[in-house]
Write a protein that binds this ligand. Structure first.
Ligand code: GLU
Length: 432
């Protein structure tokens, strides 16, 4: 394949002006940092700076009061070099094109880092789920699915849950796709209800993956799991599930922060009780089994491990200079800014990056997709066993790459992934 004259294109894309501190700016910086390590494949790296396909859709729905509400929806297929697009759909008031592009890019890297046969994609609709009724959410889901219907499919691009989307939303997506195409193909989305072709263990898979990877990382760093003090940012599906598994294994959850507040207890929180409290509607704040602290004070809590499991851009350089943890496990996508990566490296703090640390979700999505094709379903034991095997193997490969190349784990994960993506891209060649 001909060499790309990268410098000619670095002006970027006309349809997005990346904020250097925003998610797409972060992704571009991460690509910039890996490029010198890619040898002759570096000539092809320009392709990673350009999402393959970007779709912006209007999602009009009838609101419960009879008016028409318009929502902005996106589906970005960052790369399809290694297989169909794969990645979740989020419903959040902060969703932007720039964010969805970055999340799609991280899916490309994640799927390749774990060696799943997928490209990378992501979707989102900008809305505040707290302000919509269940019926309105269903209508948004169905209209959004219809609008992106032309580019998704079991062999094209397979959505899944992400922030504020769940198995019920996947059931509506699957049904809408089936009604529109006449194909009752359950493999068009993953993270569905188990009754509808979903996989056992999928709902917990991301949190379980953080736990599996975390245990392995602690062992590699000679840090005991028993009594390890863990601070968790975000108490949604990923944060709560990882916290529960770590607590069950003997670690202490010493602080939890969510979008509304933060709590701390140096002797360890009861995760099940905290979950019950937070489901009451006020978040973690006010939990009687802990002290309610200022949200920002969360970053100063004495701990050994920090799990950012909320949104991107949370670990800024300033916060990275304050945290007490020796190990950061990225449950969220893109939680650490590049400058914070530098600060953490200077301070000798190890970061297990999102693209491997939270890959448990998409790994079990892959199992779900395979099971749907085969119409044959595995036991939860098989799922959890294969998940742990894949994640541990991927971490070993990335850890060894980091040691051999003398780079941080994030760069190592990007080296492994980008080599796979760009090699596939070169093997396929340009057509026409
Ligand atoms: N939303 C999850 C992620 O960020 C899972 C995606 C999937 O299962 O396709 O990795």
């Amino acid at each position: 394949m001909a060499k790309t004259r990268a410098s000619a294109f670095h002006g970027g894309l006309s349809y997005v002006r990346p904020d250097p501190a925003g998610p797409w700016g972060t992704f571009l910086e991460q690509i910039e940092r890996v490029t010198p390590h890619l040898g002759e494949l570096a000539d092809l790296a320009e392709t990673l700076r350009r999402p393959k396909r970007t779709l912006i859709v209007d999602v009009p729905i009838e609101m419960d009061d009879g008016s028409v509400g318009h929502f902005e929806g996106f589906r970005v297929q960052h790369s399809l070099s290694r297989g169909p697009g794969k990645g979740g759909v989020r419903f959040h008031p902060g969703v932007t094109l720039e964010e969805v592009m970055a999340l799609a890019g991280w899916m490309t890297v994640k799927n390749a880092a774990v060696n799943l046969p997928f490209g990378g994609a992501k979707g989102g609709v900008r809305l505040d789920p707290k302000k919509l009724s269940k019926k309105e959410i269903e209508r948004v889901t169905r209209r959004y699915t219809s609008e992106i219907g032309g580019i998704i499919g079991p062999q094209q691009d397979i959505p899944a849950p992400d922030v504020n989307t769940d198995a019920q939303i996947m059931a509506w997506m699957m049904d809408t796709y089936a009604m529109n195409t006449g194909l009752a193909n359950t493999g068009v989305v993953t993270g569905k209800p188990v009754n509808l072709g979903g996989s056992l263990g999928r709902a917990q898979a991301t949190g379980r993956g953080v736990f599996v990877i975390g245990c392995d990382a602690l062992r590699r760093l000679d840090m005991p799991l028993e009594g390890a003090r863990i601070a968790v940012q975000g108490f949604g599906n990923v944060g709560a599930c990882a916290a529960a598994l770590f607590a069950e294994a003997g670690a202490k959850i010493v602080a939890v922060q969510d979008s509304r507040g933060a709590v701390a207890n140096a002797s360890g929180l009861n995760v099940a009780e905290l979950l019950q409290h937070s489901r009451g509607g006020s978040g973690v704040a006010g939990f009687s089994g802990a002290e309610t602290i200022d949200r920002e004070a969360f970053w100063d809590v004495a701990c050994d491990v920090l799990i950012p499991a909320a949104l991107e851009g949370q670990l800024t350089a300033a916060r990275a200079g304050r945290i007490a943890a020796r190990l950061v496990l990225e449950g969220a996508n893109g939680p650490t800014l590049p400058e914070a990566d530098d600060t953490l490296a200077e301070r000798g703090i190890i970061v297990v990056p999102d693209v491997i640390c939270n890959a448990g979700g998409v790994t079990v999505s892959y199992f779900e997709w395979v099971q749907d094709f085969a119409s044959y379903f595995w036991t939860e034991e098989e799922i959890n066993g294969r998940l742990a095997q894949i994640l541990r193997g991927a971490l070993r490969h990335i850890w060894e790459t980091a040691e051999r190349r003398k780079v941080p784990l994030r760069t190592a994960a990007f080296i492994v992934a980008c080599e796979r993506v760009l090699t596939a891209h070169r093997e396929r060649g340009l057509y026409p």
